[in-house]
Design a protein around this ligand. Structure first.
Ligand code: ADP
Length: 271
């Protein structure tokens, strides 16, 4: 297994008057090559969970182990960050270099790749992310929203992570931009064998893309299993505050995606 969390607890502002427990009793294992969706309402702990996976946050209790390395091992934290790439929400806010090329090259340069390797990596990720060569010398601020988003994701991929974590990667994009990003993510998984972990509030996207789904509720994992089991369990989704008024709409959309749904019991299975 590649990522393992053992009895993890995380508290923001620990031992201050503002302390807030974001996660507790979290146990999970993630194997190479999985495509996992993480769902849960706002504040349920999704972003905290993924930041623990690449050592950006360290648990007060329990351990997070990445390919045998504990994220608390300070000497190896750089290695963990390289191997588990995290794309934040609205990653384009972190673009800051003068040109698109330099922005994409920033990560690999930091990791000590040679100029030649950097050039090769940038070329490779641009092809993957459909970033035309003609924009490489432009300022990232001149790009459209969708292009900026792809450039920001390219910067993470250029470090060649084995696991790619994406926190709401299509937030704020139009339909065309969303489709493009999802196609790219799917190809990364299918063709490049990347392990992908996707946070999304859109259950339809999760149903469409992921194989396994983890549901977070109030800082705890309330379900972890194959996606069809999650969507069969509408009560669990409702309890987790996920679909409230939209059951019928979701049902309809899932049907269109090839799920077989028994109308009154909301039973779902992949045909
Ligand atoms: P989600 O990604 O599901 O919206 P988060 O992991 O962002 O959830 O947040 C989990 C809990 O931790 C929430 O109650 C949130 O208010 C709190 N929280 C998140 N970030 C911070 C922070 N930097 N300082 C204090 N509390 C935080």
């Amino acid at each position: 297994m590649f990522i393992e969390m053992r009895n993890v607890e995380f508290i923001y502002g620990d031992k201050t008057p503002f302390e807030k427990k974001a996660l507790s009793g979290v146990n999970l294992t993630i194997s190479k090559g999985e495509f996992i969706g993480i769902i849960g309402k706002t504040g349920s702990g999704k972003s905290t969970l993924v930041q623990l996976m690449n050592g950006l946050l360290l648990p007060q209790q329990g351990d997070v182990i990445v390919d045998g390395i504990n994220t608390k091992d300070k000497k190896r934290i750089k290695e963990i960050r390289k191997r588990v790439g995290l794309v934040f929400q609205y990653p384009e806010y972190q673009l800051f270099e003068e040109t698109v090329y330099r922005d994409i090259a920033f990560g690999p340069r930091n990791l000590g790749f040679s100029d030649k390797e950097i050039e090769r990596k940038v070329k490779e990720v641009c092809e993957l992310l459909e970033i035309p060569e003609s924009i490489l010398e432009k300022s990232p601020f001149e790009l459209s929203g969708g292009q900026k988003r792809r450039v920001a994701i390219a910067g993470i991929l250029a470090m060649d992570p084995e696991v790619l974590i994406l926190d709401e990667p299509t937030a704020g994009l139009d339909m065309k931009g969303r489709k493009r990003i999802f196609n790219i993510i799917e190809r990364l998984h299918r063709e490049k064998g990347k392990t992908v972990i996707l946070i999304s509030h859109n259950l339809e996207d999760v149903a469409n893309l992921c194989e396994r789904v983890i549901v977070l509720n109030n800082g705890k994992i309330s379900f972890d299993g194959p996606k069809h089991e999650v969507f069969e369990n509408i009560k669990l989704l409702e309890k987790s505050g996920l679909i409230a008024p939209d059951v019928l709409y979701l049902q309809h959309r899932l049907k269109m995606r090839g799920f077989k749904i028994e109308r009154f019991e909301y039973k779902v299975e992949k045909v």
